[in-house]
Design a protein around this ligand. Structure first.
Ligand code: KG4
Ligand code: ZN
Length: 364
């Protein structure tokens, strides 16, 4: 077991403490108008340029986002230099749009919060240098944000959730199970030993050429798989969930991707088509991959729930499981997790799908 790194890296540690001191120093003065603390959040860790203005009570005052999904679908995956350029092209406009929607003047902001890790270095760099320039111009405090901590804590915007709770973060770049004991206090229980589930779905969707499918051409790989799976038969073929003998809470998705690739090649031979053409059984393959992934995620999460309850790290009844990240917007995965939480006297909470994928609100 590992303790997840605290939010700030060495470079940012002193300034983060100063930021907290600054934020705590706001007092209510009777007789004067009380202004909520207002934070501008900026996110550029991967392929979304996002910004939002949120006040301290969780009101979203303004939001804007530019998704690069369509461009990256065409290049068959994220090319970091392309992502960097797109962030550069859009960040000024997106921050301006979020501020305009909020009707907050930049000088009224209390602080600027920006994702500093983890993510693609070139993408993170754009958000960071833009923010630091703004911080310098406006003389505002800077709050460095850990992308995964932001995903984990987003639920507190929509639901009243007390610590401790269990969090499952499943996205395109990450896969982890952690016990959240405080705002910056995470106990890592399990992680992916190879790729993340969203990455696996993106790769399968690419191998199935779903970008050429008329119903899926603008969808991310994961969303395309979810969409097609509704029309497919998950019993069409059988794949064993990975790591079924491993007595821990880790995940693995590379094996599932490779087995699926082999099935696709076999089907292409049977149907007499080339790679790049749509298989008639694409929906069945999507349904099987989605089901196997969901089974694996549920089994590892079940182990984490049992572990935490045995050690009294979570309450025996009504313990909270929060599922977040892009893959947690998948309704099949959510339903599977709901069956698990019902069976273990836990409660499943998921942010609404638009707050599961990357956004500026979670950073603010
Ligand atoms: O959290 P996110 O927006 O970015 C990362 O931090 O990775 O997650 C993006 C990932 C992509 O891999 C995408 O294919 C996947 O989440 N995703 C989905 C769905 N919507 C997005 N996976 C499964 N079902 C969905 N509906
Ligand atoms: Zn994310």
């Amino acid at each position: 077991m590992l303790i997840l790194n605290k939010t700030a890296g060495v470079f940012f540690k002193p300034s983060k403490r100063k930021v907290y001191e600054f934020l705590r120093s706001f007092n209510f003065h009777p007789g004067t108008l009380f202004l909520h603390k207002i934070v501008l959040g900026i996110e550029t860790s991967c392929d979304d340029t996002a910004a939002a203005v949120v006040d301290e009570t969780g009101n979203v005052l303004g939001e804007a986002i530019h998704s690069q999904t369509e461009v990256h679908l065409k290049t068959g995956g994220i090319v970091p230099a392309v992502a960097q350029q797109l962030h550069r092209d859009n960040i000024q406009r997106i921050v301006q749009e979020a501020l305009s929607a909020s009707r907050i003047s930049p000088s009224d902001l209390s602080a600027i919060a920006t994702t500093i890790k983890p993510g693609l270095a070139l993408s993170l760099g754009v958000g960071l240098s833009f923010s630091l320039q703004l911080v310098g111009q406006l003389k505002k405090p800077f709050i460095p944000i850990h992308h995964m901590e932001a995903h984990a804590l987003t639920i507190r915007l929509t639901n009243k959730v007390e610590f401790p709770f269990l969090v499952l973060l499943i996205s395109g770049g990450h896969c982890l199970l952690a016990l959240v004991q405080g705002v910056s206090d995470f106990l890592l229980l399990g992680k992916s030993l190879d790729i993340a589930p969203g990455d696996m779905l993106d790769k399968v969707a690419r191998r199935l050429s779903l970008i050429k499918h008329p119903e899926c051409s603008t969808m991310s790989g994961g969303k395309a798989i979810e969409h097609l799976a509704k029309q497919g038969n998950r019993f069409h073929f059988d794949i064993k969930p990975p790591l079924h003998r491993a007595k821990n809470c880790d995940f693995s998705f590379t094996g599932l991707q490779q087995v699926t690739n082999k099935r696709i090649m076999k089907k292409e031979k049977e149907e007499g088509i080339e790679e790049g053409q749509i298989l008639s059984s694409a929906a069945d393959i999507a349904a099987t991959v989605q089901h196997t992934m969901a089974c694996h995620i549920v089994k590892r999460t079940h182990r984490a729930i049992l572990f935490c309850k045995q050690r009294d790290l979570l309450p025996q009844n009504n313990a909270i499981l929060v599922a977040s990240g892009g893959v947690a917007s998948n309704f099949y995965v959510r339903r599977a997790l709901e069956i698990l939480t019902d069976a273990t006297q836990c409660t499943l909470l998921c942010p609404p799908p638009r707050l599961c994928t990357d956004n500026g609100i979670m950073i603010a």
